[in-house]
Design a protein around this ligand. Structure first.
Ligand code: AMP
Length: 478
């Protein structure tokens, strides 16, 4: 195999590891500054991805694109937004883990096909990319990037003899896995959600304008009102004739990602009927019932652990205090690709407030332990401050299975809970006590809606088949 092909294969293999914890946003608003509104929407979704950002604008005749590596505020400025006029826009923020941090993977992807121009922003992860890519290669398709999103683009183009909605429907029959898509043409805004509704996507309205976004916090940012969530298996098309909704594929058993509620989403978002903050608080209540600690203080690992920590304090009667100060100018620790950088990242990001903590027995609430790096560092920082006892409580059950639908919870051999029993994890992180929310307890929080979620990272029950090739994290390019 030629060297460059091997290089590409390696990049594609790296990229087949899910890391599409991205944010998508779109607006149809003739007469509005759609590029700037998309910029604000992406700003509100920045927590979903910090590697790259992009906006595509349709002006009735063409689709124009600006994208680059970095934060939304680094990629765009006043002048670039001013030069960007149109009636419809779609934007994307991309999350990165190891490898495959290439500008070419930044989105939206914009391409010309038989039907005109199309831009696509994807949040999610396909589980049959390898097979589809091989078939497309065999049929002469070419790829510029190693993303599964480009597979979607190629399939839509292949079905372009049909009208666009039919082409998307045919593509949806072929692709498996999770996808929330915001697409645009010169004149249309299109939203698509996979038949299980794994990744979130909601619809909002601002006067005559329509908005699509991964989370409702982005609707708030542009003064749009939440209308509803896009239904699993639904295609929504918005243009000068208004909004049309097509139930493209029958909705399957709902499988909304439960980890969105635990960690990914912003606490002020409302997703699939639940407010994230309220859910996290209820997780804290449940956690306190499951782990009746004797302690002086409850502190959180900000920000994702804060709502659950407050819930723990409410239920247990132990006072909540701000015990760890977060440097808000540092992105999520995971953004650091190497373990060494990640270790340093925790220190840079969180600093204990010694005067609050010294001599106290403390319950620390965080959302999850993945590799165990963060919690181990936090426990040792607390001990250095003279904390007497550290009880580490997690608002998620142990993560023991990899996610193939777009959450970067890493490979099973790196997941500490998959490798060590509870007591060993406790020793490893150096805590006096350790408790993970039980799966039963987590589901209780959602009451009667408990069967609407994907909790595969905790239970191993995957709602959508994952191809063998993808399970091994490899595929062969022959
Ligand atoms: P670790 O050090 O690997 O145990 O990471 C745990 C920390 O990472 C927790 O504080 C979480 O808030 C955060 N975290 C959990 N899941 C993810 C994820 N998928 N992406 C980025 N950060 C995460």
């Amino acid at each position: 195999m030629a060297e460059e092909l091997k290089g590409f294969q390696q990049a594609a293999e790296d990229d087949d590891k899910p890391h599409e914890e991205c944010g998508v946003f779109g607006i149809y608003g003739p007469g509005l500054d759609v590029a700037r509104l998309t910029y604000y929407g992406l700003y509100a979704l920045q927590h979903r991805g910090q590697e790259s950002a992009g906006i595509a604008v349709g002006d009735g005749k063409a689709v124009h694109l600006q994208k680059g590596m970095g934060l939304v505020s680094e990629v765009f400025n006043h002048d670039s937004l001013n030069s960007f006029r149109g009636q419809v826009a779609a934007g994307h923020v991309r999350y990165s883990t190891t490898g495959a941090s290439h500008p070419v993977n930044a989105q939206p992807l914009v391409f010309r096909y038989a039907g005109g121009m199309l831009g696509l922003a994807h949040n999610g992860n396909l589980t049959n990319t390898a097979e589809l890519r091989s078939q497309l290669y065999a049929n002469g398709s070419v790829f510029q990037s190693s993303t599964d999103s480009e597979v979607i683009v190629n399939l839509i183009a292949r079905y372009s003899q049909s009208n666009l909605v039919e082409a998307i429907m045919k593509c949806m029959i072929d692709i498996k896995g999770s996808y929330s898509l915001v697409m645009l043409t010169e004149k249309n805004l299109i939203g698509v959600r996979d038949p299980f509704g794994i990744r979130p996507l909601c619809l909002g309205r601002r006067g005559d304008a329509w908005v699509l976004a991964s989370e409702s916090c982005a609707l708030d940012a542009v003064h749009a009102e939440l209308v509803r969530d896009v239904e699993p298996g639904e295609i929504i098309v918005i243009n000068e004739n208004g909004l049309t909704a097509h139930q493209a594929l029958p909705a399957r058993r709902r499988a909304h990602c439960i980890f969105e509620y635990i960690y990914v989403a912003r606490a002020d978002s409302r997703m699939d009927g639940y407010n994230v903050n309220q859910v996290r608080r209820a997780m804290g209540h449940q956690l306190a019932r499951e782990y009746p600690a004797e302690a002086d203080l409850v502190i959180s690992v900000p920000d994702s652990g804060t709502a659950a920590a407050r819930g723990f304090a409410e239920e247990s009667g132990i006072p909540f205090e701000e015990g760890l100060m977060k440097n808000r100018y540092i992105g999520r620790t995971f953004i650091q690709p190497s373990q060494g950088a990640r270790d340093l990242g925790v220190r840079m990001k969180l600093n204990p407030i010694r005067d609050v903590l010294a001599g106290k027995r403390v319950v620390v609430v965080d959302d999850s332990i993945v590799r165990g790096t963060t919690s181990g560092k936090i426990v040792s920082m607390l001990r250095e401050c003279g904390v007497k006892e550290v009880h580490f409580c997690l608002s998620s059950p142990p993560i023991i299975y990899s996610c193939y639908y777009g959450i970067d919870t890493s490979n099973e051999d790196e997941l500490i809970a998959a490798q060590k029993p509870l007591e060993e994890v406790r020793k490893y992180i150096g805590a006096d006590g350790l408790h993970y929310l039980t799966l039963e307890g987590l589901f209780n929080v959602f009451g009667s809606g408990r069967d609407r979620f994907c909790a595969a990272c905790f239970s191993g029950e995957y709602p959508v088949d994952v191809s063998k090739a993808q399970l091994n994290g490899k595929y062969v390019l022959e």
